[in-house]
Design a protein around this ligand. Structure first.
Ligand SMILES: [Zn+2]
Length: 273
């Protein structure tokens, strides 16, 4: 490496903000084309800038990090592992019709926390702590349908767009470029792992709707979703509500809205059987 190049690199390493600005400027050119798209099932028009490939890369990086941090706790055999793989496979085959580019994969992590999430691009993480609440395959299908819906409806990309964080996301996608801790926190929060910038209520409700239709299309009785959300409603009144609810704020009307979408889900359920 020439002395000049070394000096230039030294300047960049010493000033991560300049490095970010440069990377963002370079990649920004690729990201100028905001596309209009329609969400599956609800057909809402939304605007996102990140392409499928970029969302997949963002999600894959976060997924690899999660697996690295939980290496010893990854469950790779046994009945809980089998259940998660079995249900995820059916939900994924439905979601694939809406997002054929995404590469779906699920991991089960032994953790008391009652939670699950799906990263942009189709990587799903389930904590064993949620299984007592889901109770059965249809309950788990309700959770996975909801989480996968956030990915197919590109809710993270929509949040990134709305919060004008596209350049920060692009910098992370570019790989390895230093970014400030504050920017990192904001983007990982958008990925749904942190909770300082959770999905909006509208997105939550939309994920309930799409998820309900997905579980029905996957062959699970949609009435079981209603039973699951009622269980969650009861659990939220307890001393320690499940973590799942802090990421997925519930309100008194959630169960009623789900009931309202039941006829649509029922017709999808009977159409396939
Ligand atoms: Zn959600």
């Amino acid at each position: 490496m020439s002395g000049t190049a070394k000096a230039a690199l030294g300047v960049l390493v010493g000033r991560p903000l300049i490095a970010i600005a440069l990377a963002a400027a370079v990649i920004g050119i690729m990201l100028l084309h905001t596309h209009r798209q329609k969400t599956p099932v609800t057909h809402r028009v939304e605007h996102v800038t990140l392409s499928d490939a970029q969302q997949m890369q963002l999600g894959a990086q976060e997924y690899a990090k999660t697996l690295r941090q939980n290496g010893a706790r990854i469950v790779a055999s046994g009945p809980q592992f089998a259940e998660v793989q079995r249900v995820a496979k059916r939900i994924e085959s439905v979601a694939r019709r809406d997002k054929p580019n995404f590469v779906w994969k699920v991991s089960l992590i032994r953790k008391k926390e009652a939670n699950a999430f799906c990263l942009p691009g189709g990587k799903i993480v389930v904590y064993t702590g949620i299984l007592p609440l889901t109770e059965n395959d249809a309950g788990l299908a309700t959770v996975l349908g909801h989480e996968v819906a956030h990915a197919t409806a590109e809710h993270v990309a929509e949040r990134i767009e709305r919060n004008r964080l596209t350049e920060v996301a692009a910098t992370i996608i570019a790989g390895g470029v230093a970014f400030t801790p504050e920017q990192f926190i904001r983007v990982t929060a958008l990925l749904g792992v942190g909770s300082s910038l959770p999905f909006s209520r509208k997105q939550e409700s939309e994920a309930d709707h799409i998820g309900l239709v997905y579980m029905a299309r996957a062959g699970y009785d949609p009435h079981q979703a209603l039973a699951f959300w009622k269980r969650m409603q009861r659990a939220s009144r307890g001393k320690e509500p499940p973590e799942f609810l802090s990421d997925h704020p519930s309100d008194a009307h959630r169960v009623e809205r789900v009931r309202g979408w039941l006829p649509e889900a029922e017709s999808e359920y009977t159409a396939r059987t």
